[in-house]
Design a protein around this ligand. Structure first.
Ligand code: ZN
Length: 258
């Protein structure tokens, strides 16, 4: 009897891309052509070109941040408790710090974009979440220097369960390869943590709206109805912090403390 062997050791083949076929009839095509109307306008092409350029700049920026992040990982870990306790640091976007993915499941989405009523809301992996992920054994490796290295990238297959990963040691600053750890324990664990980050952002949004309605209600009660709608009372976080600022603040703090 013939047996079917699924070989998932090789990357999934790329499917032939479907051509730009809008499946219009020949009559529609000629009518459109004679009116000089393109399917994709020059303005649409220009918009796409500009968005591609922005993405390219962003990609370079995230590569720079990734390097900065790992160069200063020892500093970040020394201040872990402080980071977890202050939302200004805990909520910093570090989606570029860990990469993962596998056959069939595709890349791990550490940054998710939602279009909500025409506004783009991006939810990124938060620094606090990553620090918590690194508390689990699956994401920790003993380094030959005596320190603890942390997983920063992985690939594998949910079918075989096999994986290849790389870890980074904040003490000797070396990257090493880690093999034969359960792929699912990387992928699904991170997936769940990322879903929790989406929940954190969504609940925070709802909470801020509820607060706006309360503030609006108070103004109505006081007879101060200058603002026509609760939307005027809606505010985001007052303090926003990026990785660069946090690292500088932590360095200055250590300097001052001698
Ligand atoms: Zn080490």
């Amino acid at each position: 009897m013939a047996t079917i062997k699924i070989d998932d050791t090789k990357p999934f083949p790329n499917f032939v891309k479907e051509p730009e076929n809008k499946r219009e009839s020949a009559l529609d095509f000629f009518k459109r052509q004679s009116n000089g109307l393109k399917l994709i306008s020059d303005e649409m092409e220009q918009e796409k070109k500009e968005q591609d350029e922005i993405r390219e700049i962003q990609k370079k920026s995230f590569e720079r941040k990734r390097k900065l992040f790992y160069d200063n990982l020892d500093l970040i870990l020394r201040h872990k408790d402080e980071i977890l306790a202050s939302p200004r640091y805990a909520n910093i976007d570090v989606h570029y710090a860990i990469k993962g993915g596998g056959l069939y499941v595709g890349p791990l989405q550490t940054s998710r974009r939602f279009c909500i009523a025409g506004s783009i809301v991006t939810v990124n992996l938060r620094l606090a979440t990553l620090l918590r992920i690194w508390e689990t054994d699956q994401f920790r490796v003993d380094c030959s220097c005596g320190g603890t290295a942390l997983i920063r990238s992985f690939t594998g297959s949910p079918l075989s369960g096999g994986s290849q990963a790389t870890s980074y040691c904040p003490e000797c600053k070396k990257e090493t390869r880690v093999a034969n750890r359960n792929f699912g324990k990387y992928f699904w664990f991170l997936q769940t943590r990322l879903s929790e980050d989406v929940e954190t952002v969504a609940k925070d949004f709802i909470g801020k709206w509820a607060l706006a309605e309360v503030e609006y209600g108070k103004k109505i009660a006081e007879g101060k109805t200058i603002d026509p709608k609760p939307g005027a009372e809606f505010h985001g976080d007052e303090q926003y912090c990026n990785l660069e600022t946090m690292i500088q603040e932590l360095k200055l703090k250590e300097f001052e403390e001698g």
